[in-house]
Design a protein around this ligand. Structure first.
Ligand code: NAD
Ligand code: DAU
Length: 336
């Protein structure tokens, strides 16, 4: 058995990664370390709690990270503060967890000579103009816009510095916007699905022309496993499923349509300050060198995955209902 430590494994992508790993890669013995912030949820392990070791803890706790990393073979580092709107309301936790927390993880893997895969985002590159046909590649310069993306960019830089200076065995992946089950209802797609299920009109920031390059979370996690299996150390990988033609307005209309509302049953609300316009990912290196192919592809890029995601929120109301009012109240204060 290979011991795998998953930081932030009780959140959206991390918990889907844990489920994916248990189902597809039985050779891994999984330990999760998670602080259980508002974004972490033990219910995300329903059905698999007995198959993992769960440790409630903070990645900024160096004694804890030292102990956990000493007893593992590979660390997959998902833990982060992740929501742009929260980082605009209150940046400090983003600097603490995303920068200092990553430093703590790096020091532990350095000391114990363990393999690290660092999960990052396309947001480190900043944004493209709407009419710019270019896509982000592994060599696009960093130009982050928000406190969240600046903190993630910092964490990537720390990983690169530790790899070069201390020969830490690390790889990095930068992925585009994920969707799928168990995503917190503060985020765009689950917020609109649960709005409709609560008879609230979906909320579109500004004009809704912004483009996000949506990818199903299982396609992201399959790529992470390929990178862990096959990547040379020190490499960076772009992960994206070629959905850079779908803007926010089109996504909200798709959700309204799939949920039996009129296509325009939504309202425009205040825009996000500093709102990035367009993300687009060139994942050709990952496809060419590691043979990755996204599975959630159809003529509209995301309809099948979106239908399954809508069904998940319909069937798991107990998972999200208690938080809905508070999330909407926080947005309402900002006219969103
Ligand atoms: P999430 O907010 O759903 O989950 C984050 C998890 O980290 C939670 O379980 C939370 O409790 C935990 N956590 C936060 N601070 C911690 C700390 N100090 N110590 C231990 N645990 C802590 O996030 P997500 O959307 O699943 O994102 C996971 C990772 O993937 C992040 O690094 C994010 O930057 C990256 N990413 C996300 C997306 C996306 O679309 N969601 C895309 C690309 C990359
Ligand atoms: O690109 C990867 C990033 O994707 C990750 O690094 C982040 O952790 C993740 O949160 C996500 O960031 P975004 O800011 O792109 O995602 P969010 O779901 O917050 O918003 C997606 C788009 O939808 C964005 O253009 C803002 C818009 N939006 C969002 C909300 C919550 C709306 O129009 N209405 C909304 O209610």
């Amino acid at each position: 058995m290979t011991k795998m430590l998953v930081t932030g494994g009780a959140g959206f992508i991390g918990s889907n990664f844990v489920h994916y790993t248990l189902k597809n890669r039985p050779e891994y013995q999984v330990t999760v370390v998670d602080k259980l912030t508002y974004a972490g949820n033990l219910a995300n392990f329903d059905g698999v709690m007995d198959d993992i070791t769960f440790v409630k803890g903070d990645i900024c706790d160096d004694a804890l990270m030292d102990k956990l990393v000493a007893d593992t073979d590979v660390v997959v580092h998902f833990a982060a503060e992740t929501h742009n709107d929260n980082s605009i309301r209150n940046p400090k936790p983003f600097l603490d967890t995303n920068i200092y927390g990553t430093y703590t993880v790096l020091e532990a893997v350095r000391k114990h000579g363990k393999r690290l895969h660092h999960i990052s985002t396309d947001e480190v590159f900043g944004d493209l103009e709407l009419n710019d046909p270019n896509r982000f590649t592994e060599t696009t310069p960093y130009n982050p816009s928000s406190p969240y993306s600046a903190a993630k960019a910092s964490s990537d830089m720390l990983v690169r510095a530790w790899a070069r200076t201390f020969s830490v065995k690390a790889t990095i992946s930068n992925c585009s916007n994920n969707y799928g089950p168990r995503q917190h209802i503060e985020k765009f797609i689950p917020r609109q699905i649960t709005n409709i299920l609560s008879d609230i009109k979906p909320k579109l920031y500004g004009t809704g022309e912004q483009v996000r390059d949506w990818i199903h979370v299982d396609d992201h996690n399959a790529a992470v496993h390929l990178i862990i299996d096959k990547s040379p150390m020190g490499e960076t990988w772009i992960i994206g499923a070629d959905n850079d033609h779908v803007n926010n307005k089109a996504v909200i209309e798709m959700i309204c349509d799939l949920m039996g509302k009129g296509k325009d049953w939504y309202e425009h609300v205040n825009d996000r300050p500093g709102h990035d316009m367009r993300y687009a990912m060139d994942s050709s290196k990952l496809r060419r060198e590691l043979g990755w192919q996204p599975q959630y592809t159809d003529q509209n890029g995301m309809v099948e995955g979106l239908k399954a995601t809508i069904d998940w929120y319909k069937n798991n109301e107990a998972w999200w209902r208690a938080e809905k009012e508070a999330v909407e109240q926080a947005y309402a204060k900002q006219g969103q």
